[in-house]
Design a protein around this ligand. Structure first.
Ligand SMILES: NC(=O)c1ccc[n+]([C@@H]2O[C@H](COP(=O)([O-])OP(=O)(O)OC[C@H]3O[C@@H](n4cnc5c(N)ncnc54)[C@H](OP(=O)(O)O)[C@@H]3O)[C@@H](O)[C@H]2O)c1
Length: 326
């Protein structure tokens, strides 16, 4: 019989509400339990999405032997500790991006995955987005020749509010919240850069508010930007010697891309409608890996997460952004 994969979710905030709706679309997923620091909140979430169990602490969910995989949807500062705790309880883990605050924490999470022989993946859902996946394949197949330039940003006006985004203690700020996406795109297509240059305007809370990043490779440059200060077009352009691809807005969760041959502006658009919000695809990847008894994904591996966070570490060093407790 095809056994369902039994999920637990911890941290019942904004993204957990979206993720769970995609989880319910996956045929062989079972929403076994949800946990909040507040039982009333967990019970409400349980009722809304028909979870089998609700817990008023994360620890109770970690101790539930029925859970196979935990989705961690808490603020950045807590990813490492909670992931390691879940792995040590014999669960697989899908942890929201960024994997952790820094490379040192990330390495400890990966070590815990290996030691406990449990699947672990950073929830970099864009890597599994059908349009982005196809563009990566086409670029790797040489369809636009050598990539010379990437232009990607992730910028929205975010109203100042109490909560994790403007809170240095919760490792808020544009870079970890949104800037990881343009950096991801450059890394996914060109790898680790030779040189990183970054500048930032800080918010009065100490988090980064507007951050610009230039990543230089042997024969390509990526110009990347992230901010909470204003809205951008949210198109990512990958430009090569023989043409270019645009990932259409909002590019990191896009349902289409466009191809332009050579220097032409004639657009060839490929539509790839999403199932759910698009978290569906990373969930399928978790299921595939768990069923194959793999502890990491080949599409978004431990090494990929480590290299990405190492780039972010260097950007943070340049803009002098440290989080408490680091
Ligand atoms: N993939 C995406 O598209 C996407 C989009 C947005 C965010 N994210 C990522 O998802 C994670 C959560 O983001 P979010 O927007 O869902 O945040 P959020 O709305 O603030 O929710 C985070 C949840 O974490 C729990 N939590 C645990 N310790 C906390 C603390 N000290 N302070 C505040 N909350 C705490 C809370 O749940 P309980 O009260 O239930 O314990 C809270 O509801 C972050 O890593 C973020 O970068 C990903």
């Amino acid at each position: 019989m095809n056994q369902k994969i039994r999920w637990g979710i911890i941290g019942l905030g904004k993204i957990a509400h979206k993720f769970v709706q995609d989880l319910l679309l996956v045929e062989d997923a079972l929403l076994c339990a949800v946990a909040s620091r507040n039982l009333e909140k967990a019970t409400e979430f349980q009722g809304k999405y028909k979870a089998l169990k609700a817990y008023g602490s994360y620890e109770e969910l970690f101790e539930d032997e029925e859970i196979q995989i935990v989705y961690i949807a808490t603020p950045h500062h807590s990813h490492a500790e909670l992931t390691i705790r879940a792995l040590e309880s014999g669960k697989s883990v899908l942890c929201e991006k960024p994997i952790a605050l820094n490379k040192v924490q990330s390495q400890k999470m990966i070590d815990a995955s290996r030691k406990n022989n449990q699947f672990f993946m950073e929830a970099f859902w864009s890597r599994f987005n059908p349009s982005i996946t196809e563009v990566i394949e086409k670029v790797n197949a040489g369809e636009i020749g050598k990539v010379k330039y990437i232009n990607a940003d992730f910028s929205f006006y975010v109203e100042e509010q109490p909560g994790r985004m403007f809170d240095l203690n919760l490792a808020g700020g544009a870079l970890l919240d949104m800037g990881v996406y343009p950096v991801f795109l450059s890394y996914a297509l060109l790898g680790v850069p030779n040189k990183i240059q970054a500048i930032s305007i800080k918010h009065s809370s100490g988090v980064d508010y507007q951050t610009a990043m230039m990543l230089t490779y042997d024969s390509a440059i990526a110009a990347l930007f992230t901010s909470f200060a204003s809205q951008s077009n949210m198109i990512a352009t990958i430009s090569g010697e023989k043409g270019r691809f645009n990932l259409n807005p909002v590019w990191h969760e896009t349902s289409s891309y466009s191809y332009f041959k050579n220097n032409s502006n004639k657009e060839h658009k490929s539509e790839k409608p999403l199932t759910g919000f698009g978290f569906y695809y990373e969930i399928l990847e978790c299921h595939k890996c768990i069923k194959n008894e793999a502890i990491e994904s080949r599409l978004w591996s431990h090494q990929n997460s480590l290299e990405l966070i190492s780039i972010i570490d260097e950007i943070r060093a340049q803009i002098d952004l440290k989080y408490p407790g680091e």
